[in-house]
Design a binder for this molecule. Structure first.
Ligand code: GTP
Ligand code: SPV
Ligand code: MN
Length: 604
């Protein structure tokens, strides 16, 4: 039974059904009973494994196909009419050609299968920030994940009413063939087609496909921004909470920072960190000239390996119930799950992520490096009281960051909003297991959006600059790098909870004098020394002692190394930035070219 009379919705479902030819259609109403029945069906078919009901109530394990364990950037397309609008950083297909080619693959792909219709909302239902979508899928795993990651069901259709403003998502597992895997976005049609995958970011269409690629395009014309950012609140001893949004590339620490547990001496003083979101932020200018952010998601699709009681106790607590684990190891003795660095005692009697009997001493990992948990946000002990606030939270600071063994210091502050856009635009980071391909290669990943920007990235930089120009009270912009290594390849900064020491400096900087950007000018004025920063060629760095590193066991010499800006290395970096900028041709905003020239001049 259709759950709506919305003619546009019904036509979308009808057209899809004609194409994929399912045996039957099931509308997902969002009720517990239906979801439980689907989970039971998936357990019977082997798609899900039910885990220990006492230790992990409501939890399931899923293993994907071996060839289908991460996003596939080389098979991800932006299908807009004019190739130029996709820009040099996206794969492009002509929309007509894409519909025809991928339509052939979709054709009759649901034969013998059920078509699930999942109405979902990105953002709290009814918030002015929120947007509706409908995902059609043949996978119960997708339905159950969408239930955790978004708000689903009839209430979304009720809020949508007769409106045509919804994103149309069509997904089919088909044969899970790598050669026929396509993740296609049609920003001009509010449409997403995903076929031949069953993995996370490729198939949970509310996430990267809608909330970043389609939404970034929508935001450009509607005056807002969709960003690959966590959102957190730092509560200080006086009870005041300040919000920070931070963009790090995939598997570079967003979930961990968003759920940070303060080091003991900070906790004792009364510091607390609240998680608003761990992956995506939708950001709008507010009437007061500040930026406001919501997390459009309703759960966490987080990296499992490395998550443990010390690194991220809040994430660990979040995955104790009603969680779906993907591609982790299964402990057969107690029917629980395990992953690398969960603890020091890998299970003796276990099955690895491939489904094979696993011996930890073999040297092979039990969990895939990109194995994940899908957990409801409500499970998180530090979820922010503002999580459901339909107006979002005001941002004091925006932070960019990446994984860089060298070059980028632990933290620095941009000289102005305009310079901050430059700092975000020239971000570089080592690739991770979150996407198929080589791991550990440094690549430019502007604002952590390289794989997620739904249009020309030069226009995207322009949009950032335009948004900034309209702000009376812009956030200050910073760059961090938790991943600098010493000669032996060890991380020099302890990271995780200790990162609060850096956030604290950032927030102090946000209180110290205004930058010129706040006065409506393009360049920053020298920073006041009393607020703990020194002026360098790349931006403002913490002055000696401004960050309490000793408390984290980091001595003065090491801190000096962590904050070192090597002019020769940065002159090389500037060359690389110039080459990168050249790819954007005349769609690169001239302001960014000027920023590069100014950086070069400062470097000498
Ligand atoms: P996506 O979900 O892919 O967007 O990733 P994310 O940015 O949320 O990354 P996440 O927080 O899951 O961290 C990825 C990996 O980086 C995990 O293995 C973490 O243990 C590790 N990590 C996170 N924060 C830190 C840190 O401060 N220092 C170090 N050395 N490693 C960290
Ligand atoms: C990322 O890769 O940035 C993720 C995981 O957050 S996925 O949903 O697969 O994109
Ligand atoms: Mn992500």
């Amino acid at each position: 039974m259709p759950l709506t009379n919305n003619k546009q919705v019904l036509k979308f479902i009808d057209d899809a059904a004609k194409l994929v030819a399912p045996d039957r259609t099931v509308w997902i109403d969002g009720g517990r009973e239906q979801l439980d029945a689907l989970a039971a069906e998936a357990v019977r078919s082997g798609e899900l494994i039910k885990l220990n009901g006492e230790l992990l109530p409501g939890c399931y394990l899923h293993r994907t196909a071996l060839n289908d364990v991460a996003r596939v950037e080389h098979r991800t397309f932006i299908c807009c009419r004019d190739e130029k609008d996709a820009g040099p950083t996206n794969n492009w297909m002509d929309p007509k050609a894409a519909y025809a080619k991928v339509g052939e693959i979709f054709k009759n792909s649901y034969n013998g299968r059920t078509m699930y219709v999942v109405p979902f909302s990105m953002g709290p239902v009814g918030s002015p920030f929120s947007k509706a979508g409908i995902e059609i899928t043949d996978s119960i795993y997708v339905v159950l994940n969408m239930h955790i990651m978004t708000r689903i069901g009839k209430k979304v259709l009720d809020a949508l009413g007769d409106s045509n403003d919804f994103v149309r998502g069509l997904h089919a597992r088909a044969e899970l063939s790598e050669e026929k895997r396509y993740i296609c976005h049609f920003p001009e049609d509010n449409t997403i087609w995903s076929v031949n995958s069953g993995y996370g970011g490729n198939v949970l269409l509310g996430k990267k496909c809608f909330a970043l690629r389609i939404a970034s395009y929508q935001g450009k014309s509607e005056g807002w921004m969709a960003e690959h950012m966590l959102i957190l609140g730092v509560q200080r001893p006086d009870g005041d909470v300040k919000y920070i949004a931070a963009a790090f590339p995939s598997a570079c620490g967003k979930t961990n920072l968003a759920m940070l547990v303060p080091p003991k001496e900070y906790a004792d003083k009364g510091y607390k960190v609240w998680c608003v979101g761990d992956d995506i932020a939708w950001i709008r200018p507010g009437k007061d000239g500040r930026l406001y952010a919501i997390n459009p998601e309703n759960g966490f699709f987080g990296v499992a390996p490395g998550t443990n009681a010390k690194s991220n106790p809040n994430a660990l607590a979040s995955v104790r119930k009603n969680t779906i684990f993907t591609n982790v190891a299964q402990n057969l003795d107690d029917n629980t799950v395990w992953w690398e660095k969960l603890d020091n005692s890998p299970p003796k009697n276990a099955i690895d992520w491939t489904g094979a009997k696993w011996d930890a001493s073999s040297g092979k990992p039990g969990a895939h490096p990109n194995s994940r948990f899908t957990a409801p946000a409500a499970n998180c002990p530090c979820i922010s009281p503002e999580f459901e606030n339909p107006q979002g939270v005001p941002l004091s600071a925006v932070v960019f960051g990446g994984r860089r063994a060298s070059t980028a210091p632990l933290v620095y502050e941009a000289r102005s909003f305009r310079h901050g856009v430059f700092v975000g635009a020239v971000m570089a980071s080592e690739t991770t297991a979150a996407a198929a391909g080589q791991v550990g290669v440094v690549r430019r990943d502007p604002m952590a959006m390289l794989p997620f920007c739904g249009y020309h990235m030069g226009d995207y930089f322009r949009h950032w600059l335009n948004i900034g120009k309209g702000l009376k009270n812009p956030p200050k912009i910073f760059n961090v790098n938790w991943f600098r290594t010493d000669a032996a390849g060890n991380f020099m900064w302890p990271g995780y909870g200790e990162n609060l020491r850096v956030l604290e400096w950032i927030l102090r900087r946000c209180e110290g004098g205004t930058t010129a950007a706040e006065e409506g000018k393009g360049v920053g004025k020298p920073c006041p020394a009393e607020t703990g920063a020194v002026d360098t060629a790349i931006g403002y760095l913490p002055e000696d002692g401004a960050i309490d590193a000793a408390g984290a066991g980091v001595g003065a010499a090491q801190m000096k190394e962590l904050l070192n800006v090597d002019a020769a290395v940065w002159r090389e970096e500037a060359k690389g930035i110039g080459e990168f900028f050249n790819r954007f041709g005349n769609r690169l905003p001239k302001e960014l070219k000027e920023e590069l020239e100014e950086l070069k001049a400062r470097l000498g």
